[in-house]
Design a protein around this ligand. Structure first.
Ligand code: ZN
Length: 71
């Protein structure tokens, strides 16, 4: 068997998808950037928005995660 038909491996970005994982608070415009995380409240850089607990709120206006949209 020759390997000609095997596609080359796709270099995958760490955070997947076509966007970069940022989310924006529709209430105040705060942008959550997973590369920064929320270290002030114990979520280090690299924490994906999806990985934040349901109880996490916007650092600026205290809206819930439901108030965020993909940026
Ligand atoms: Zn906010």
């Amino acid at each position: 068997m020759k390997a000609d038909a095997v596609p080359p491996p796709v270099p995958g970005p760490a955070l997947g998808e076509e966007q970069d994982g940022r989310w924006v608070c529709v209430s105040c415009g705060f942008i959550y950037d997973p590369r920064r995380g929320d270290p002030a409240r114990g979520f280090p850089a690299g924490t994906a928005f999806e990985a934040l607990p349901e109880g996490w709120v916007c650092p600026l206006c205290y809206s819930s995660k439901a108030a965020f949209d993909r940026y």
